[in-house]
Write a protein that binds this ligand. Structure first.
Ligand code: GTP
Ligand code: MG
Length: 195
C-alpha cells in the first residue's frame, strides 16, 4: 500500500464530532498499552502520527486518521487500565457503544491482543462484541518481537482458543518494532478497503 498522506482528522469525544463524509473506516480496539497507536504508525510509516506511550491510558478519545483521502483508521481508547475511575470506565463504555453501534462508515474492527499473554476477560468481551455487531473481526497479536520464535504457534493457538475463534477467523502476529507482519496485514486491509 502506497501511503501518500496520513493525518489526524479529529480526536472526538462525542458523535457530533465524527467526520461527516462517507469514507470507510477500520477501527482498532484493545487493552491499554497493547500497541494500537503503534500499529497505526507502523501501517502508515510514520513514527509519531498516533501518540504512543509506555504508560497505559494514553489514548482517551476516538481518534480518526485520514489515509490518502481514501479511508480512515480509527484509534479507539484502550480498556483494562486498573487506575481508571469508575466514572471514566462508564464513559468509555458509552463512547465505544455509540461508535461501534451507530457508525455507518465502520466496515471492520481490528482487535489487538498481546502475543505474550492469554486474552483477558475484557479481550473476550470485546471480541464477542465485535462479532455481535456483525463484523468479521481481525485479530492482531502484537509485540511479536518480545517472544521466542519457538513460542509463536503455541501463543497463537492459545489466543484462538480463548477468544473462541473459528478456523476461518484471522489472526496475524505483528511487531511494530521489527515490522514483521506488516505486509500480510496490509494485504488483508487492502481487500477489506477495496483499495
Ligand atoms: P493506549 O493508548 O493507552 O490505549 O495504548 P496503545 O494500545 O495505543 O499502545 P501504544 O501504541 O501507545 O504502545 C504502548 C507501548 O508498547 C509503547 O511503549 C510502545 O512502544 C510499545 N509497543 C507497541 N507495539 C510494540 C511492539 O510490537 N513491540 C514492542 N517491543 N513494543 C511495542
Ligand atoms: Mg493509544
Amino acid at each position: 500500500m502506497k501511503i501518500k498522506s496520513a493525518e489526524i482528522v479529529i480526536s472526538a469525544v462525542k458523535m457530533e464530532q465524527y467526520p461527516k463524509d462517507d469514507l470507510p473506516e477500520i477501527a482498532l480496539a484493545g487493552r491499554s498499552n497493547v500497541g494500537k497507536s503503534s500499529l497505526i504508525n507502523l501501517l502508515v510509516n510514520r513514527r509519531k502520527l498516533a501518540r504512543t506511550s509506555s504508560s497505559p491510558g494514553k489514548t482517551q478519545t476516538i481518534n480518526f486518521y485520514d489515509i490518502n483521502g481514501q479511508f480512515r483508521f480509527v484509534d479507539l481508547p484502550g480498556y483494562g487500565y486498573a487506575k481508571v475511575s469508575k466514572a471514566s470506565k462508564e464513559q468509555w463504555g458509552k463512547m465505544m457503544d455509540l461508535y461501534l453501534n451507530n457508525r455507518k462508515n465502520l466496515i471492520e474492527v481490528i482487535q489487538l491482543v498481546d502475543i505474550r499473554h492469554a486474552p483477558t476477560q475484557q479481550d473476550k468481551h470485546m471480541y464477542s462484541w465485535i462479532k455481535h455487531f456483525g463484523f468479521n473481526g481481525i485479530v492482531i497479536a502484537t509485540k511479536l518481537d518480545k517472544i521466542k520464535r519457538g513460542q509463536r504457534q503455541k501463543q497463537l493457538n492459545l489466543i484462538r482458543k480463548e477468544l473462541n475463534m473459528n478456523s476461518e477467523d484471522i489472526i496475524i502476529p505483528v511487531s511494530s518494532e521489527s515490522r514483521e507482519g506488516k505486509e500480510e496485514l496490509w494485504e488483508l486491509l487492502t481487500e477489506v478497503f477495496r483499495v
